[in-house]
Design a protein around this ligand. Structure first.
Ligand code: G3D
Ligand code: MG
Length: 270
């Protein structure tokens, strides 16, 4: 049987760079304005076949169209949650939209999703006479992020499929070009490894020193009766709730919930 996996990706970039049009072209193979008005920040699905270490793999991409207005920071952060990769889009007729990827979007994504693979789309390449971003400039910027770029057109369809497919492959491999490490999505964690991830996650995110964070962990393990050497799933879930409670004093509700979700993810990987 063919192996199947589902991955979430998102498209991000300033207003009007063509994110919605690109998704529409890729998923439905059309380009018109009616869809643009109705899709909003919805998610669409697209199945594709990719090669996974020499074996065919059926990959379903859940494609998120991220709202382009920078003021919607919380909505964006929520959308970035759990994303495995991103297409970062600029408009070739507006150089400021490329600057904005570096000064805002990539950073915002990585703060929530970590270092996930990205592929640049320099869109509206059909508007040849109006293009104000050069190939050299694109090379320079994308090199800094160890990423590929494609000059695309949602209007003609040029390179649209290639860009999505390239990201799909990277997402499956679970690595960025700059990283040697292989993070296989399917790797199972032992209970102790899950616990280890929860503890280190807490120590990283709790805004006080690591010693203090560890003392909080020890105390809360005692409270829920968790055995460090043989942690049960139930006790880890209880611990996660206790840690969220402690964090509520120093972090925002958004951060507390985000941490809780990320920690529970370690348990689902068991
Ligand atoms: P967004 O989702 O990033 O905000 P949209 O961008 O997909 O809504 O596109 C913004 C405008 O750019 C739309 O025009 C759309 O038709 C146009 N557009 C998108 N991609 C391309 C492209 O590759 N080539 C050209 N020539 N135009 C493109 P309107 O006029 O509806 O604002
Ligand atoms: Mg849009």
């Amino acid at each position: 049987m063919q192996k199947k996996i589902i991955k979430k990706i998102c498209l991000l970039g300033d207003n009007s760079v063509g994110k919605t049009s690109l998704i529409k072209k890729y998923v439905f193979d059309t380009f018109d304005d009616k869809y643009i008005a109705t899709i909003g920040t919805k998610t669409v699905k697209k199945e594709l076949n990719v090669d996974y270490f020499g074996k065919p793999l059926n990959l379903t991409l859940m494609i998120w169209d991220i709202i382009g207005q920078k003021e919607y920071r919380n909505l964006q952060n929520m959308s970035f949650e759990g994303t495995s990769g991103a297409l970062v889009v600029c408009d070739m007729t507006r150089p400021e939209t490329l600057e904005s990827l570096e000064s805002y979007w990539i950073d915002a994504l990585q703060k929530v999703a970590g270092t996930v693979p990205i592929v640049f789309m320099a869109n509206k390449c059909d508007l040849v006479d109006e293009a104000r971003i050069t190939r050299d400039r694109l090379m320079e910027v994308t090199k800094r992020h160890s990423a590929n770029f494609f000059m695309t057109s949602a209007k003609t369809g040029e390179n649209v499929e290639s860009a999505f497919k390239t990201l799909g492959k990277k997402v499956v491999a679970g690595k960025t070009d700059g990283m040697v490490e292989m993070k296989t999505a399917e790797k199972k964690l032992s209970p102790v490894e899950a616990m280890d991830n929860i503890v280190s996650h807490f120590c990283e995110h709790f805004k006080q020193d690591t010693d203090y964070a560890m003392s909080v962990i020890r105390k809360q393990c005692e409270v829920v009766g968790l055995d460090i050497n043989n942690p049960s799933k139930q006790s880890m879930l209880q611990l996660i709730e206790k840690l969220a409670f402690v964090e509520a004093d120093v972090l925002s509700t958004f951060e507390v919930n985000k941490n809780r979700i990320e920690r529970k993810n370690f348990i689902t990987k068991m």
